[in-house]
Write a protein that binds this ligand. Structure first.
Ligand SMILES: O=C(O)CCC(=O)C(=O)O
Ligand SMILES: [Fe+2]
Length: 337
């Protein structure tokens, strides 16, 4: 059954980008953002400081990369024995570990991962400059821009949660976040409907929060409590932001890390081919995952436990949590479709 579309809260971030904003307007935005992250975990953000022209350029570089031959793309191939999110994963190389009740075989997903070039612990994998001159420079610029957008979001979350704009910011930096260019190739509608294949299996993100841009070929769905899977489409001028497991855990489950997947689009225009053998149109998306500094100790935030609320989680670090989580994502036995 095709899911219906859901409407998500829209937060105007401009008070956090303008130097002339008042403390009242910042607090109001911060409270609205935190409330949205508490109730739905997914929210649209407008006026966040990235131009449409830069986004168009990002999608255009992604399309240029995926138009290369497999041989050319392979220069940046994710090494089969690596657990780092770097390089290009061909179809079937990455799989979301099965979730109870949500398992789908044969997840289809092309991904190209990048981090910060100065992150020596997680080195980038670049193809030769001659293959796509200018690509590497663009990615560095765009990666920095994503961080520039994450800073006001961190400030807003921190102010809304703790009445302190700096607190969460101190736990994050530009060094360990991850940017990904994703390409979901055309796939048979009936095979997805029957459960034989899916595009990106149901999961929660494992970061503090994610920024996500998607093209017009819908497919993203979120699981809305009590309602089931609902489609979430791109809104021009807005980025989609969602809370990941880390901020959820950190806030003692006050903010929610919502289950989501990439499945079938609800819109006829997003398909091609004959009625009986309809195929989805190829889809592109760009997530940027904001993670805490790997060695900082994360303790449930003050005010979110006590007075009748249990402290549900022990102090830990992102690197400890991360190691358990990545097992099973990269497959050595990737099968082509
Ligand atoms: O491609 C999308 O729209 C969603 C991607 C996603 O959920 C992820 O990479 O974690
Ligand atoms: Fe995700």
């Amino acid at each position: 059954m095709t899911s219906t579309t859901t409407s998500l809260p829209i937060i105007d971030l401009s008070p956090f980008l303008s130097s002339s904003s008042t403390p009242e307007s910042r607090l109001k935005t911060a409270k609205e953002l935190v409330q949205a992250c508490h109730s739905t975990g997914f929210v649209y953000i407008t006026n966040y400081g990235i131009s449409q022209a830069l986004l168009d350029e990002a999608f255009s570089w992604s399309k240029k990369f995926y138009s290369l031959s497999d041989e050319e793309k392979s220069y940046a191939a994710h090494p089969p024995d690596s657990k780092l999110f770097r390089g290009w994963s061909k179809v079937g190389h990455e799989m979301i570990p099965p979730l109870e009740g949500e398992k789908k075989e044969g997840v289809m997903d092309f991904t190209l991962w990048h981090g910060h070039d100065s992150n020596a612990a997680q080195p980038n994998i670049w193809f030769p400059e001659s293959i796509l001159p200018g690509y590497r420079d663009f990615v560095a610029t765009f990666y920095d821009q994503c961080w520039s957008t994450s800073v006001p979001i961190l400030r807003a979350l921190s102010l809304g949660l703790l009445n302190d704009e700096e607190y969460l910011l101190d736990f994050h930096s530009n060094l360990e976040n991850e940017l990904s260019f994703r390409h979901y190739p055309s796939i048979s509608e009936s095979k997805v409907r029957s459960g034989e294949l899916d595009r990106l299996g149901a999961h929660t993100d494992f970061d503090s929060f994610t920024l996500l841009w998607q093209d017009e070929n819908a497919g993203l769905e979120v699981k809305v409590s009590g309602e089931g899977w609902k489609s979430v489409q791109a809104v021009k001028g807005a980025l989609l932001m969602n809370i990941g497991d880390i901020l959820s855990r950190w806030s003692n489950d006050y903010l929610i890390s919502t289950l989501h997947r990439v499945h079938l689009p609800p819109v006829d225009d997003n398909y091609m081919g004959d009625e009986n053998v309809r195929m989805t149109k190829p889809r592109y998306s760009i997530p940027y995952f904001v993670v805490p500094k790997s060695d900082k100790v994360l303790e449930p935030l003050e005010g979110y436990f006590g007075e009748g609320k249990d402290k549900k989680y022990e102090p830990t670090t992102y690197s400890e949590l991360y190691h358990n989580r990545v097992d099973g994502i990269f497959r050595q036995d990737a099968k082509a479709r």
